[in-house]
Each structure stands twice: as C-alpha cells, then as structure tokens.
Design a binder for this molecule. Structure first.
Ligand code: ADP
Ligand code: ASP
Ligand code: MG
Length: 887
C-alpha cells in the first residue's frame, strides 16, 4: 500500500491512513511519501541556501515546525512520542547542517540535493511507523539500489527520472531477503508476523556502488511500492491518493471527469506517460510483467470502489478510456529537401538526441519525408536544437537542410483506449471536434498499435481542447453549453430566470448543462469559468422580496419577475466595472469551449463584437436586431464567418419575438422552396394603436398609451415611421435569400413627414392635430367593416411562370441562406393598408404579429404564422430556443 503526499499531508488524512492500514487482515508493506508539499519545500530551501539567502533558515524552521506539529497532533503524549520526537530531531539537525554547508560553500551538487530531499520520506515514514499499531520501520535505502547513467548511454525509452536507473536484479534480491522467507529460490512466506506491517519510505534509494543517497525521481514513491510488490509477488499493489480513482481526465482541469472502474496496463501506461499524474509512469511495468493488479483508492473516501488496472478488463464499449496531456512541449522540425528518400536521416536524428540524453516523446513524419517533427520537453529544446544543428552542420551549410526550427510553449494531448483498435472514425471525431472549436493541430501521431492518438496544440488552448474532447467522447455525463449573457433588461433578465428554472430539468432529462459563465450589463460584468450560481440571484430575490414586503404590500403578479430582475441588477451592480473592451477581451480571453454569446441589448457597440466572437468560434445568439439589419456586407460577413468557423449566428427573435419565422423561412429555402412573397404585420406597437383607436380614444391618445405601457420605443416616431418594421422586413428578405438593404424598402408614411423632423417635444405637442383626420378615416373604415394594418411586404416581381426548372436546388437555397443572394428583382415596402373582414390580417388581436409566406410550394394557400410578437418573456423564450438549438 502506497500513501502519497496528500494522504499524509494533514492530521485528518494521516489518521485516515492509520485506520485504513490497521483494518488490513493480510500482512502489508506500507510505502509513504513525504508530507504533502515537503519535497517542494526542501528543494526551495536548498535553492535559497545556495543563493546565499539568509531566509533559508526561516524556511527550514517551517519544515521543522510542520513535522513537530504533526507529531504532537497524531501521536499521544508519552514515551512513544518522545522517542519519535528525538529520532526526528536528530534527522532535522542533520538536515540543518547540510543546509548550512550549502549556504556557506554556495554549492549544491546533485548528490547534496538528493541527500536533502531524502529527509522528507525519512521523517514521514518514521511518523507513520510510530502511528500505526504493530508497525516496524524499514529503510528503503538498504534495498532499493540504483546506478548512475552517464548521459551518452541513456536510452531514451527510460522515463526521465534523473540520472539514476534501478538496478533491478540486485534490488529484487535485497527486497526478498528483507521481507520474505525463501526456500529453493521460491518465496514461501512473508516474514511479517500476524497483522504486522512494515513501513517504508518511498522515493529514496542508494547508489549500488557508492552507497550514496539517490532517488527514483519526482513522484517516485509509487515506483518504490511497485518494485517491492513485484519482488515479493504481492497479491495487489494499492496506490492511495486524493481522488476516487483513475479518471477519464485530470479532475482539476475537467470538472466532469469521472472514475474509470477498470483499465488495462497498456491504457494506464499510455495515460501516465502523457501526464496523468495519478501514477508515476515507471510504476506500471514491474507489476505488469508479474500480472499484479494495481488498485487506485482514495484515502479520503476509502469506501469508494476505486480503479483497478490489470491484464484483462471488461469491455465498457467506450471508444476511448481517457485523455491526458503535458504542457511545456517544444516541437523541433528537422526539414530539408535532401531528406527525401535518403536513408539514415532519422537514425542520425535519434542517435544524436539519445547520445545527449534527450528524451523524445512524440515523432511525426510526413510520408513525403521532407520533414520530421519531434516533441521534446521545453527544458531540452535548446540543447536538442544545438546538437541537431551540429549533427547536420554540413547539410545546413550546403543548403540541403534547414536549421532546426523550434516551436516552444505547446502542449501535447493524448487520447487513449484499447477499443480504438479497429474502430473507424475516432481520429475523425477527434479532429472534427477540435476544428469546430477553432483549435488547430500543429502535429499529430498515431502508432499502429492504435491505442493512442497524440497531437500537439498551442498551450493556451489546452484547457479548451481537453474540455471539448472530454465532452464529445464521454457524452454520457452531460454536454455543456457555456453562456455569456449580455444585457440584463427585461429580456436578459427573463432569459436568466428561465434558464435558472430549467437548468436542473435539462441536466436530468437532456444531459445538457447550461453554464452561465458571464453576465454583463452596460456598466458591470462578472465572469467565471465554473458558472455563476443563479441560485444566488434567487436567494437575493427572496431578500429583496422580504424587504419590500415589509415596506409595502406586494400583490402584483409580475412582482416575482420584477424582483428577480432587481436582485439580478443589484448583484451585477456589485460586480467589477466593465465596458465594451473588457467584454470583448474577457469573452475571447476565457477561450472556453462550446460557448455562446447572447446579446439581449439594443447596443450597436455590442453588435459590433459579433464578427470577432464568431471568428473565435463563439456562437452568437442575438435578440439585438442591429447586426442582422445592418449594411448587407456586414450581414454577409457574419453569416460567412459563422459558416467558416462551424458556429452559429442566430437571431430568431429579431422578427416576431418567439414566433418561429426565420427558422421556418430557413427550412423552406433549405429544402428547395422559394419565397415569392412575404406580407406581415410585424409591429406590435402599431397593431396596438390601430386596434385601440376608436370613437372615444383618438389617434394621439393611442400613441400616448402605447408609450406609457412601454410597447413603443422611447421615441415612438421610430415605430410610426416604420423604421422598426423596415429592419424586420430586411432581415426576413435576406433570410429568404435576397440582397436587400434598408434603403431598398419604400416607406409609405401615414403621417406627414414634418412630424418626424422636429423635436420629440414638438411631436407630442402637434400630434393631436392629426386626430380629426384619423377619426374621419376611421369612421369611413368602420362603415366598410374594414381594419387598418401596418404591413411589411416583399415581393418577387420578375418571377416567370412556375416551371419545374425554376425550383431552386437545395445548394442554391443554402447558398442564398448564407448571405449569397440571388439577383432576382424584389420589391419591398411598408405601408398602412385596409383589410376587409375576409382577410386573415383583419382579425389580429392586441399586439400580435402575423406573417404570410407565399412560396413556390405554398402558392395558392400561403403559410401563416401568428401569435404574440412582443413581450419580454416570449422574446426570452425565443432566445432560449435559439440557445437550445445549439446543443
Ligand atoms: P499523491 O500525492 O497521492 O502521489 P498526486 O498529486 O501525485 O498524488 O496524484 C494525484 C493527482 O493526480 C490528483 O489529485 C489529480 O489531480 C491528478 N490527476 C491527473 N490526471 C488524473 C487522472 N486521469 N485521474 C486521476 N487523477 C489525475
Ligand atoms: N515526495 C516525492 C515527490 O514529491 C515522491 C512522491 O511523493 O512520490 O516527488
Ligand atoms: Mg504522486
């Protein structure tokens, strides 16, 4: 059983270890790491000492105090504690002398460094031996033996664990002699008497020849345990750590990673070699060849089943088992025309690197043979380039090869799983997923064993890459959409409340997690990768509600919405200040996977950010109409960028709020239909006005009412002039595939132009002067049993008679839909029209909208879409639907 630094890092954890060990019924050897963080601290202190920094003494005192405090906390006062304190005191005094020597001589040889770090395990194991009942301490320096490897003989298959290599035969022999009874070369018994356990320091060893202290490399305690387990033919090697088992990815990076119940040795080896820190890579080999299973368990949750690594594992039908990664990768490219077809270039590359002790962990060569890319650690990069440039000096001089090209600051990711073998499509899925997220792959490699695909990317994209891959290969947990919500007015506020209400259900039923990672108003913004808890807004809401209950009676049914909004605003007001630049930089800088920018503002600056967001593979959902109705070039650019980047630019609520108008037009066009005419009542405000006007309520009064109820724009002339309807018509015409701009729409005004020219004040003052005329026209209309509707109309005018040839192909339709409009002549206008009671537009209640689509397929009986065309909650629901369509 090996207990890592985190398992012996705190009083609580070390007492857990005691319990776990003492309940064992079979003899056990316990290998312990240094107390969590101590190895780092020992190294740091030695650096201070060698740099002549007096503060090394303080740092040393902290190390001392940490151990003494631990002892006082876990070992009861008495003889045992005193004895332990004396032993530890002696060790610490030795350590103090070594530090002092380093400080005085200002020299820190590898030998001294190794001596210094050995104290971590030497002390922790003494504590553990005193803590566990019936335990005996054994010194691994007596039986774990290493040899020094001169660099130019270091085989690069060996993991870079310093310059020492295990002397396997000797170590096995010594381990057996120490712990087992051997008859005729066979282990017949473990020397351990009943329920006793041996405690052994991990990590440390001694040189087989000189006896000097060495170690097995950082994280090496796992290896110590594995070496002992293999030498003694143990029934199992247990690695106790701080996570529930071997997981699909590092849980510190991917919050949705989960435990893999079973892995094969090969899978575990592949994942560990590529950075799954949970096991030190050399650990697997010794037990693997002895077929000893490895069990990974959590000291903090001993009842969790953990993970088992063994020969034969049950097929869980998943295409991959896990993902791991290493940062600090440099890719060195050896390239040149003389390489093509020449035998021996690769031999020279690898021999030269091996002779200089440089480990290569990834190689990729194109079949054209004119370049080979080699992945090395950043620390080795300069040396690797130097030796390779030297090796190929002659070729570089005569121009047949280029000087080495090193690209630093990269990261390497590997996906691993034995099921990848003979399963087509894994690489396709992997690279497709990366591409859609805007992550470019710099190099990649897959061995013929097909258990690992490795690729190199820019380090800044690592977190995003791991998340999207995890998401796409381990979907059974849940899919995540990361949302940035901009604007917390009535629409943004309702949207957040709806998201909050649905979050649990979507997670449960659709396995979809809507994660709000940013909320911004005009002045403040908050961002967090983990997601903003909307629960927080809700509890804030209750607080606000209680406060208002005390001050006033609150009976309004809208009050809960109102309070959600006001608490949201309050929460946001306390968030850091923000402006358009910060919004831009944060959204792009977070570089988060599957992200959606949701614009619930009416701001032109915010609309101006879309192009950049799309360019960075961020989906855009806009309730804001400005971008879709802006100049045609901009609209086209946004559409094309989204297509190029494989993300969506959606704006269904730009026309008719939550009504499925744009989606329907898209569906018709994509299936090869052609929109010939659109007639629509798209202004809830104007519809309200013309439905309200009566004998008793004059025209000017209806405008005032619409304004007061918040139906109209703050300046109602925007509605009366048809400006808003024109914008909507432009959007519909464009989505139907026609190149239309606002200037192309003829606006037939129903009130004189002069009303639009003065100030708003003049407008309100003069408005009643129109009443008499309106009333006269209204009476006439009433007599004829007709109704006024403000109608937007688009019509294809040079449409030849319908023949089969005129049906657009689906490709044409799709192309149009992506902003490549056709040159068909269309006419667009907005005007006030009169409809008799037979017409579908006649009966249109309140502020409802209606759209009539005449298409090649719906020609005789056009398609009608009708319903609420305005209002915060239906608009928010429409935005929500756009978001859901991305999942
Ligand atoms: P110990 O101190 O017990 O040796 P380590 O810190 O060396 O512990 O290793 C455990 C850590 O490894 C976990 O806390 C986790 O963050 C990290 N880790 C990285 N990849 C994985 C993975 N695939 N599964 C589990 N843990 C992982
Ligand atoms: N204490 C050593 C380290 O931190 C060895 C180990 O914990 O496995 O690297
Ligand atoms: Mg470890």
């Amino acid at each position: 059983m090996k207990f890592g630094g985190t398992s012996v890092g705190s009083v609580e954890s070390i007492l857990n270890v005691k319990k776990i060990v003492e309940r064992q019924t079979e003899p056990v050897i316990v290998v312990v790491s240094a107390l969590g963080g101590i190895t780092d601290k020992l190294i740091k202190t030695s650096r201070m000492a060698v740099d002549g920094n007096q503060l090394y003494q303080e740092s040393f005192e902290e190390i001392k105090a940490r151990h003494n405090e631990m002892i006082s906390a876990v070992i009861p006062a008495g003889e045992k504690r005193d004895k332990l304190l004396a032993t530890v005191e002696e060790l610490l005094e030795e350590l103090r002398s070594i530090y002092q020597g380093v400080f005085l001589i200002r020299d820190l040889s590898p030998k001294t460094q190794a001596a210094i770090v050995s104290y971590g395990e030497r002390i922790s194991s003494q504590i553990m031996a005193a803590l566990v009942d019936n335990a005996e301490w054994y010194d691994s320096r007596e039986f774990i033996k290493t040899e020094h490897l001169p660099f130019n003989h270091l085989p690069f298959t060996i993991y870079k664990a310093g310059k020492n290599r295990l002397v396997r035969e000797l170590t096995n022999k010594l381990v057996r002699e120490t712990f087992a009874e051997i008859v005729n070369g066979q282990i017949v018994n473990c020397k351990l008497s009943n329920c006793k356990c041996y405690v052994v320091p991990g990590f440390i060893s001694t040189d087989a020849e000189s006896g000097e202290v060495t170690n097995l490399g950082r994280g090496g305690s796992d290896y110590t345990a594995s070496i002992i387990a293999a030498a003694l033919d143990a029934s199992v090697l247990e690695i106790w750590t701080d996570v529930d088992g071997f997981m699909t990815a590092d849980p510190k990076v991917i919050s949705s990673a989960y435990v893999i119940p079973e892995l094969s040795y090969i899978e575990a080896m592949e994942l560990c070699n590529f950075g799954a820190k949970v096991i030190y890579p050399p650990t697997i080999y010794p037990v693997c060849i002895k077929h000893i299973p490895i069990l990974i368990k959590n000291t903090f949750n001993p009842d969790a089943p953990g993970s088992i690594i063994k020969d034969e594992v049950e097929d869980d039908k998943r295409s991959i088992k896990g993902i791991s990664s290493i940062k600090g990768t440099t890719l060195i490219t050896v390239a040149g025309l003389s390489m093509v077809g020449v035998i021996g270039v690769n031999r020279r590359i690898f021999t030269c690197l091996a002779d200089n002790g440089i480990s290569v962990f990834m190689v990729s060569q194109a079949s054209s043979e004119n370049s080979t890319s080699i992945g090395v650690q950043d620390e080795d990069a300069d040396e690797a380039c130097r030796v390779l440039n030297e090796e190929f000096q002659k070729e570089i001089e005569d121009g047949s090869m280029f000087p080495m090209l090193a690209e630093k600051g990269l990261a390497t990711v590997a996906i691993v799983g034995e099921n990848m073998k003979h399963t087509p499509g894994i690489a396709g899925k992997l690279f497709g997923t990366l591409g859609r997220s805007g992550i470019s792959v710099i190099a990649c490699a897959q061995g013929a064993s097909e258990t690992n695909i490795s690729f190199v990317i820019n380090q800044n994209f690592l977190r995003k890459a791991l998340n999207v891959i995890h998401d796409s290969f381990f979907l059974s947990e849940y899919q995540v959409l990361n949302l940035f919500i901009c604007g917390v007015g009535t629409v943004g506020g309702s949207l957040l409340e709806q998201i909050h209400q649905q979050q649990e259900k979507l997670k449960r039923e659709l396995r979809l997690k809507l994660n709000v990672v940013g909320i911004a108003s005009g002045h403040n913004a908050m961002f967090t990768r983990e997601g903003i808890a909307l629960e927080g807004v809700k509890s804030e809401k209750l607080k606000v509600k209680n406060e208002s209950n005390q001050s006033a009676n609150e009976t309004n049914s809208d009050s809960s919405l109102f309070t959600f909004h006001s608490s949201l605003k309050k929460m946001l007001a306390a968030a850091p200040k923000s402006d358009i630049k910060r919004l831009h930089d944060e959204v792009i800088g977070m570089n988060i996977f599957n992200s959606v920018f949701v614009d619930c503002t009416a701001s032109p600056e915010v609309a101006g950010l879309y192009a950049d967001f799309l360019e960075h593979n961020i989906n855009v959902v806009a309730a804001n109409k400005i971008a879709a109705s802006s100049d045609y070039e901009n609209y086209r650019h946004l559409k094309q960028t989204s297509q190029k980047r494989g993300v969506k630019f959606l704006f269904e609520t730009n026309v008719g709020a939550g009504l499925p108008i744009i989606r329907t037009i898209n569906d018709l066009c994509n299936s090869g239909d052609k929109i010939l005419r659109i007639e629509a009542v798209l202004s809830g405000t104007l519809n309200f006005i013309f439905n309200t006007i009566s004998k008793d309520v004059p025209f000017s009064e209806t405008v005032r009412m619409a304004h007061e109820k918040g139906y109209s724009e703050p300046d109602p002339r925007i509605d009366l002039s048809g400006t808003d309807v024109i914008r909507k018509l432009v959007i519909l015409a464009r989505e139907a595939g026609y190149e239309i701009s606002k200037e192309d729409v003829e606006a037939k005004l129903f009130i004189p132009q002069s009303f639009f020219e003065g100030t708003l004040e003049d407008f309100w003052k003069n408005l009643p002067s129109l009443d008499a005329d309106f009333e006269a026209r209204r009476q006439e209309l009433e007599k004829q049993n007709k109704a006024w509707r403000f109608v937007a109309k688009m019509e294809v005018i040079d449409q030849s008679p319908l023949t089969i040839d005129h049906l657009a192909t689906p490709e044409d339709a799709a192309a149009k839909n992506n902003g490549q409009s056709s040159m068909v002549n269309v006419q667009c206008s907005v005007s006030l029209r009169e409809f008799d009671s037979n017409h579908s537009f006649y009966k249109l209640e309140g502020s409802n909208n209606i759209v009539m689509l005449t298409t090649e397929r719906y020609r005789e009986y056009p398609m009608l879409i009708q319903g609420y065309g305005a209002g915060a909650s239906v608009t928010a629901a429409g935005v929500f639907a756009d978001i859901m369509s991305l999942a």
